[in-house]
Design a protein around this ligand. Structure first.
Ligand code: KIV
Length: 274
């Protein structure tokens, strides 16, 4: 299906109003070409700090910096015209308190033109979310499996598999929603918990590894394209782009080695007479 390039961008209030309605379609994007291709199909493009692992090959998201997020965020804004663009606040750029968070978020928004930021955490971040929203910065919350807390969680583990883990995650979701976040990423939780959270909060939940019980879905683009060698159980590979790239690289190498590339039609002729 081909989709026209949109003249006007979706807004944060328009996304907020999608609670319980048409599911929100979201993907990550880190660069201009991915943004350009995904934008017409998506409601929300997230410049996730997952770029640390996907683009830079880091073992976690912890070493991602504000400069990295600003550079990739600006590229995604330049490559898009339809979807809301939100940027992840990287680890250690907001946890000290509301003032640090405001400075970091304002810098990301001013340097990129993005419309929102996302930050991880629940009850502990509610005051910060409230502070940002009251000062004009739309915020997406993120609860459940929060990758920046990988060392506290003891790994990238599904959360809320047994009922005793539910109350804390529900409290996180409620706190972020009540603090004024306009949507909530729910990552790596069991289906019944995702459905409960979606029922509890009055903002749209966007699930990743959190079942169809959310108000929308997000995937890491490289995972769903088949570009990452190993993807978690919850990922559906909608294409095998990695294998298409491998075939293209192999064909190029063969063509260079057997001198069939470049051909005459790929070569500039001399224009003036000899
Ligand atoms: O960093 C990221 O890409 C994310 C999504 C997986 C939600 O936070």
């Amino acid at each position: 299906m081909s989709v026209q390039k949109s003249a006007t961008r979706l807004t944060v209030p328009a996304l907020r109003a999608r609670k319980g309605g048409v599911p929100i379609v979201s993907l990550t994007a880190y660069d201009v070409e991915t943004a350009r291709l995904a934008d017409p199909h998506c409601d929300l493009l997230l410049v996730g700090d997952s770029l640390g692992m996907v683009v830079y090959g880091l073992p976690s998201t912890l070493a991602v910096t504000l400069d990295m997020m600003a550079a990739h965020g600006a590229a995604v804004v330049r490559g898009s015209s339809h979807a809301v663009v939100a940027i992840d606040m990287p680890f250690a750029s907001y946890e000290q308190g509301p003032a640090q968070a405001f400075e970091s978020a304002a810098r990301l928004m001013a340097q990129t033109g993005a419309q929102a930021v996302k930050l991880e955490g629940g009850v502990a971040m509610a005051e910060t979310v409230h502070f940002l929203v009251r000062r004009g910065i739309p915020v997406i919350g993120h609860v459940g499996l929060t990758p920046q807390a990988v060392n506290v969680l003891g790994g990238f583990r599904v959360q809320g598999r047994s009922r005793d883990g539910w109350p804390a995650i529900e409290a996180d979701a409620r706190a972020v929603a009540e603090a004024g976040a306009f949507s909530l990423v729910v990552e790596g939780v069991s289906e019944p918990l995702a459905r409960r959270i979606t029922g509890i909060v009055d903002i749209p939940t966007i699930g990743i590894g959190a079942s169809a019980g959310c108000d929308g879905q997000i995937l890491v683009t490289e995972d769903m394209l088949g570009l990452t060698p190993k993807a978690p159980k919850f990922v559906r590979r909608f294409a095998e782009v990695g294998s298409a790239m491998n075939d293209a690289f192999a064909a190029y190498a063969t063509a260079v080695r057997d001198r069939t590339f470049p051909a005459e039609e790929e070569t500039y002729a001399q224009k003036d007479p000899h």
